[in-house]
Design a protein around this ligand. Structure first.
Ligand SMILES: Cc1cc2nc3c(=O)[nH]c(=O)nc-3n(C[C@H](O)[C@H](O)[C@H](O)COP(=O)(O)O)c2cc1C
Length: 159
């Protein structure tokens, strides 16, 4: 199977920033997410094993999925190409943060929305930790989301 035929190249997914904190450590990484059900507020993210984000998520039992907005393409690339166990991305990229106590000082300003989740389930598959999160709090910041498909960024447009 070539990359072109692989499902990751076909599915369009929202870009999210997975924000985590445990003790004195914090991290933020770019990922994609999908909802699980129309009946319950569940979403799923897939995290490569061995990354700080996955470790903090498992240790704390929670994470915040900040939905990237269409203005955050550069930040998505920066946070998707650097490792939190090598540098504190929040300080390194001087990320402006949302001033909202509920967002725990972790959500980049200019995000489209944030969804604060408890970890409901984690299982391993072929080097990935597949995490189901239950949304416990959320905020729509009323910006258009950023979409990832075929290794490129897109924005939504009405049909
Ligand atoms: C658009 C985009 C989407 C990404 N989606 C994922 C993903 O769903 N899962 C994953 O493990 N890595 C994904 N990555 C790569 C991670 O963001 C990257 O490995 C990052 O360095 C991990 O950060 P950490 O080491 O601080 O946890 C994506 C990168 C980009 C640019």
């Amino acid at each position: 199977m070539t990359n072109k035929d692989n499902v990751f190249n076909w599915l369009a997914c929202p870009v999210v920033f997975i924000c985590t904190r445990h003790g004195h450590e914090r991290d933020i990484m770019t990922a994609t997410a999908m909802f699980v059900s129309e009946k319950e507020p569940l979403l799923v993210v897939s995290m490569a094993e061995g990354h700080l984000t996955a470790r903090l998520m498992e240790a704390s039992g929670q994470f915040t999925a900040a939905m990237a907005s269409e203005t955050q393409q550069k930040l998505a690339i920066q946070l998707g190409s650097t490792r939190g166990d090598e540098l504190d991305k929040y300080s390194h990229f001087d990320i402006p943060l949302l001033d909202d106590e509920e967002a725990d000082g972790l959500v980049p300003a200019d995000s489209a929305a944030w969804l604060k989740c408890s970890v409901e389930d984690i299982h391993s598959i072929r080097g990935y930790r597949v995490v189901t999160g239950r949304v416990e709090a959320q905020m729509d910041l009323e910006r258009s989301p950023l979409i990832w498909r075929q290794n490129s960024f897109f924005k939504l447009a009405p049909v």
